[in-house]
Every structure is written in structure tokens, then in C-alpha cells.
Design a protein around this ligand. Structure first.
Ligand code: PHE
Length: 493
């Protein structure tokens, strides 16, 4: 169809200077105006023709206007319905219907065609012309009407303005009566018929964008694995060894007690921690060490006063989903203390669980990154130094520290990093020096200090990918569009 329209235009221009109005042309040759306009646009692009825009404003009748053009204006209908001897208003209204009667009265009175007495409507003139109907008919025929009349009809909403757009067309510099369409594909038929020899092929457009690739989009959480890789590499470059974190189920003992976290601590409540029903308790703990932990909780030692409460073995035996990877750190440090001392740098990145109400920054499970250094005579200055080193490798070089509290570290510091995008300081982690109440019962030498820090993996991922709600990162509310739009990887992390 489009080809026919194209041919019609080109052939017409062969013998004629101009198509002055695309709409008339379309009507004359039996095409839709839209189709003709499309073809003109295309031919104009190939410079086969030169198209000029034509824009016309014209007045068309509204539905109401069309009715009056057909049956006369309400005022004229009313005037015609009033007999010479006059008529009662109720009767007149019955004849005309309420709408025509109402408008008719207003206008006929204004025109001084009729007068209204209480019980009588009567003519004031013998003869009236339906000027409104005449005007509407003239507008319908596209005849010129003076502005005053236009304004009056517009006010009565009998006509509205319509903007009409079309083209006038002349030959263009590349004009030919027939446009050879370049072939885009070499087909089997072309080869069989041999017509490929005559075919003109469309040139390749090497700068055209290909179709967007569907599929193969990485979920943001998988990108968390990217961040995880990066973090892993950072730790390895800094000489850290990975801790074995392949146990989600942990005993309260390693998760809390060994970390000098008292048994009444609110974090040990089932509102904060997922406890296991089956198996609900652990089977094996190092008994002599358990004794020393009980001792330090109840009455202290190593110059500590302890907490002064009745430490219960049953509480320590309870199995749970580990609430932090520091549970693994405590196992590792205990194991380290069983051998002649050697300094160590350990890290882990793995999943932890907290029984929390899910909100924009919290999920019930997430990943923790943890690092620790164990050596003689370490200080808080060493911790600050290593944190600067670690975080600047993650792209966070402006750091600030705020005193904090953890049952197992003293001093403790929250870590804040200045986020250039958010233009504010955001909390990125927690850190501290493990307490002697934790290290000495394990059997580590007295001058051994352990500096450690922890952070969530999701947090830097959200910051790096500009996600401000964790539910956009994980769970049923993740927007698939976001996954598609996100870059597959980021450089310069
Ligand atoms: N375990 C802490 C947490 O879950 C993080 C931390 C690790 C703090 C090591 C101090 C030292 O937030």
C-alpha cells in the first residue's frame, strides 16, 4: 500500500510542479491522509521530494452547532413556534422541549423577537432571520465569516477551532519518477533466480545500534557477589586468611558466651535471634574452656569483676542461626590459643541471621564481612590504620570513628564514611579491640591483642549501586527493570 502511495506521488510530480495540499491529494487518489504524510516524510528524507508544512486553523461545528445547522437555532425554533396571537409559556415549552425552550427564550428576547408576559409569550416582530443557522452553514462550507460572528458562536460553544496539518510537495534534488528500493537481504530466491546481479543492496550501517540484548541480566544480589569478590581480593592482598564459615547453625556458647556477652543480654532473646527447635542444643563444647567462661561471667578474673550472675550451661547449649560471623572468630581465636602463639590475620564473608522486622535497611538474613588481626601489642592506632587501608581500597577514603559499645570489644568504634553521592556520613561498619575477658580465658598470651571489624556486604553494595532500600536488592519486590538497567559491572571499585 505504501509503495502504491509512493509511486502515486512520484508519478504525479513527473507531470506536475507541485502537490499543493496533501489532504486533497490523498482524497483524490484514494489514500488515507496519514499514509500520504508518512510517505512524504520518507521521500523527503531521501530528498526525492521537498515537503513544506502547511498549518491551517479552521473552525468546525460542535455537535450542538451541527444540530442547529440542520434544524435551525433554538431562538428561531422558538420564534417560529409562537403564533401571532401569542401562546402560554408552559405550552410553548411543551412544544419545544425544555432545552430548546430555555436557550431559545434567552436569545429570542435578546434579539427582541418576542416578549414575555406572565401568562403569555408573543411576537414583537413579524419576521425573523435565522442568522445563526446561516453562519453555521457557511462555516461548514469553509466560507469566510467575520470575527465578531465567530466570537459569538465560539462563546455559545457552537464552533471550535481545529488545527489542520498537511504538506505541500515539490520535486527534490534526488527526484526520480520511481525509487529503486535497495535490497536489505540476499535471499535464496535471489540466488535461484539470479536477480542478485541486478539488485542494489542497502549499505551496511556500522554505527547502528543493535537490538538490546535480552536475558543474561545480573540480579543485584549477584552483584553483591561482585562486591564480595572485590572484598575477598582486598583481604587477600592485605595478607589475610579466610576463616571457615560453613556452619549457619551455631551454639549460643560460641555466638555469645565466648564473646563475653551476658546471658541476659537482649540480643539473646528470641525476638532478636532465631533459635533452633531441632536439634535444639549443641552436643559438644570444650569443657575446661566452658568452665573458664562461666567463671569470667559469674565472678570475673584476670583483673575483671565479671557480671556477677548465675551462668547457666543450658543457655549456652542452645542452638541458633548465627547472628554474626564473630562466632567464627571466637572459634578461630580459641583454636589459635591451643597452639604456641603465632600472629594471624583472618577474614570471613558469609551469611548471618537476625530475627528482625524487615524494613528499608534490614532483612532477616544478610552477609557479614569480618576481619581481625591478632598480634602482640596491637593498639587502637593499629585498628584505625588498618581500617583506613581496608576501606580506602573499597573506595571509601574519608572515614570517621564514633565510640560505641559491644560486649566483646573495648574500646569499640562505629565506622562512618563520607558518601560523595548522598553528601553525608553513612555508617559502614563496627569495630573494636576484643576484651581481655574474651581472650584470656581462651588461653592467649597476656600481651596479645586482637583488633577486629565487621560490616555488612549489602551496605556497600547498596551504596555502590545507589540502591536505598534493601528490599530493592533482595526479595519479591525487586524491580526487574532495575536489574536490566544496572550495569553488569563497575570499574574502579
Ligand atoms: N559482630 C559485630 C556486628 O555484628 C561486628 C564487629 C566485629 C564488631 C568485630 C567489632 C569487632 O555488628
Amino acid at each position: 500500500m505504501a509503495d502504491e502511495a509512493e509511486d502515486a506521488i512520484l508519478v504525479y510530480l513527473k507531470d506536475n510542479d507541485e502537490i499543493s495540499n496533501s489532504a486533497n491529494f490523498a482524497e483524490e487518489f484514494g489514500f488515507s491522509h496519514d499514509e500520504i504524510l508518512n510517505v512524504i516524510r520518507r521521500l523527503n528524507g531521501f530528498r526525492f521530494v521537498e515537503a513544506q508544512d502547511i498549518r491551517k486553523e479552521r473552525w468546525v461545528l460542535t455537535e450542538e452547532g451541527k444540530t442547529y445547522a440542520a434544524v435551525g437555532s433554538p431562538e428561531f425554533q422558538l420564534f417560529s413556534a409562537v403564533p401571532t396571537e401569542g401562546i402560554a409559556p408552559e405550552e410553548l415549552q411543551k412544544k419545544l422541549g425544555p432545552a430548546v425552550y430555555k436557550i431559545g427564550c434567552q436569545q429570542a428576547i435578546k434579539n427582541k423577537w418576542v416578549q414575555m408576559a406572565k401568562a403569555q409569550v408573543s411576537r414583537k416582530v413579524e419576521h425573523a432571520d435565522d442568522k445563526v443557522k446561516d453562519l453555521l452553514l457557511r462555516i461548514q462550507k469553509d466560507e469566510v465569516v467575520n470575527q465578531e460572528d465567530i466570537d459569538a458562536l465560539k462563546r455559545r460553544k457552537l464552533i471550535i477551532q481545529q488545527i489542520w496539518k498537511g504538506n505541500s510537495v515539490r520535486k527534490g534534488p534526488e527526484y526520480a519518477p520511481k525509487r529503486k528500493r535497495a535490497a536489505t537481504d540476499l535471499t535464496r530466491e535471489n540466488l535461484q533466480r539470479g536477480d542478485w546481479k541486478e539488485l542494489e543492496f542497502k549499505e551496511y550501517n556500522f554505527s547502528a545500534k543493535g537490538l538490546p540484548v535480552e536475558g543474561g541480566h545480573l540480579h543485584p544480589l549477584l552483584k553483591a557477589c561482585f562486591v564480595r569478590r572485590q572484598v575477598q581480593t582486598i583481604f587477600l592482598n592485605m595478607g589475610f586468611e579466610e576463616m571457615p564459615t560453613n556452619n549457619y547453625v551455631e551454639s549460643s556458647f560460641w555466638n555469645f558466651d565466648a564473646l563475653f556477652q551476658p546471658q541476659q543480654h537482649p540480643a539473646r532473646d528470641s525476638h532478636d535471634t532465631f533459635f533452633l527447635k531441632v536439634p535444639s542444643t549443641t552436643r559438644m563444647l570444650p569443657e575446661d574452656y566452658v568452665e573458664r567462661v562461666k567463671e569470667i561471667h559469674e565472678s570475673g578474673g584476670y583483673q575483671s569483676r565479671g557480671y556477677g550472675y548465675d551462668w547457666k550451661r543450658e543457655e549456652a547449649n542452645k542452638n541458633l542461626l548465627r547472628t554474626h560471623t564473630t562466632a567464627v572468630s571466637s572459634r578461630m581465636l580459641y583454636a589459635l590459643a591451643q597452639k604456641p602463639f603465632a600472629p594471624k590475620k583472618y577474614y570471613s564473608i558469609d551469611r548471618v541471621f537476625r530475627n528482625e522486622a524487615v524494613d528499608r535497611t534490614h532483612l532477616a538474613e544478610f552477609h557479614q564481612i569480618e576481619g581481625l588481626i591478632c598480634d602482640r601489642g596491637l593498639t587502637l592506632g593499629d585498628l584505625i590504620g588498618v581500617l583506613h587501608d581496608f576501606f580506602s581500597r573499597l573506595g571509601m577514603s574519608k572515614l570517621r570513628f564514633k565510640p560505641a559499645y559491644n560486649p566483646y570489644t573495648e574500646p569499640s568504634m562505629e565506622i562512618f564514611s563520607y558518601h560523595e553521592g548522598f553528601k553525608k556520613w553513612v555508617e559502614v561498619g563496627n569495630s573494636g579491640m576484643f576484651r581481655p575477658e574474651m581472650l584470656l580465658p581462651m588461653g592467649l598470651p597476656e600481651d596479645v591483642r586482637v583488633i577486629a571489624w565487621g560490616l555488612s556486604l549489602e551496605r556497600p553494595t547498596m551504596i555502590l549501586y545507589g540502591i536505598d532500600n534493601i528490599r530493592d536488592l533482595f526479595g519479591p519486590k525487586v524491580d526487574l527493570g532495575l536489574i536490566k538497567r544496572n550495569p553488569i559491572c563497575r570499574l574502579g571499585l
